[in-house]
Write a protein that binds this ligand. Sequence first.
Ligand code: NCD
Length: 298
Amino acid sequence: MTQHLITTADFTNEEILKLYEDTKLFLDLQSNNLLQGKLIVTLFFENSTRTRSSFEIAAKRLGAEVVNLEVHTSSTKKGETVYDTVANLSAMKPDAIIIRHSENGLPESLREFVSCPILNAGDGKNAHPTQALLDLFTIMEHFNYNVEGKNIAIVGDILNSRVASSNLELLPRFGLNPILVAPKEFHVNSSFKTVKNIKRVIDQLDIIMSLRVQHERHAFTYSKEEVEEKKNKYAKKYCITKKLMKEKDILLLHPGPVNRNVDISDEMLEDPRCKVLEQVKNGVAVRMACLKKLILNQ
Ligand code: NCD
C-alpha cells in the first residue's frame, strides 16, 4: 500500500526514530544516487521560499528529477479542479507529489486520486508535517535524544499556525510538554497549559518555538497603520529578546520566515542559542529521509 505523509500521525514513533537514523546520514547534504531515475512533482498553490527549495534540494541531492508545476499558469487557472489536476499528474506516473495549498485538509482528500506518495508541504492552518519532523529532529539532536519531560513554549499565532498544530500532535508523543504562550485572540481549545505572558513560565523552559503572526489567514484586513500598531503592541509582549532570555540555557527555534524584532530580536537571532539556520539545514536532511522512506518504501 502506498504510504503518504499528510500529517505527522502518518508515521509511528518507531518509524520517526528510524527516519532520524537516515537523517543523520544525510546531514552532510552531499549528493547520492538513491533516487536516481525517480521523478518528483511539486505543486505549490501557496507562496513558499524555504519549504519548496528545501524539498527540491533534498530531491536533487538524492539524484531524483524534479518538475515544478507552475500553478499560476496551470489549468487550475482555466477552471480545472485541484483533484483533476492531481489525477492527471498522477496518470503521468511521478514517484511522488509534494503539495502546498491554502485549504485545510486538501492533501488528505487527494489520497484516493493518486497512485504515488503525497507529501504535504503545508495545508492552510491544518498541518505541516515535515516542519514538525525537522523541529523535533533539531530538538532531539540538541538534547542527545533525552527529551522526555522537557518544557517547550510555543509562542505566537497558535490558532492559525499549521507549524504549531503539527508540533502539538508530534512533540507530546516523545514526552515533551508544550506550554502555549499567546494573546487571547490566538488561544486554542486544548488541554495544554496556556498563558498570555511568557515571563510567567520562562524559568521552567528548555525550548522556545517562536511563530510568525499569520496575517494572511486572518479574516479581517487592517489598514497599514493598524497593522503597524498591532505589530508594535504584539512585539512588546511576545518578541523573544536578550532581556527576556538573559543567560538562560534555552534552545530558541523558529520555522521562518522570521519577522525581525517582532518575533525575535536582531540580537537573539545572532545568539548561539538560536538554531534557526540549523533548522533549515536539518530540514533538507529530514526531507531527504522522508522522500527515501516514501518512494523506496524502506
Ligand atoms: C511556515 C509555513 O509556511 O507554514 N513556514 C515554513 O514552512 N517554514 C511558517 C510561516 O509561514 O510562518
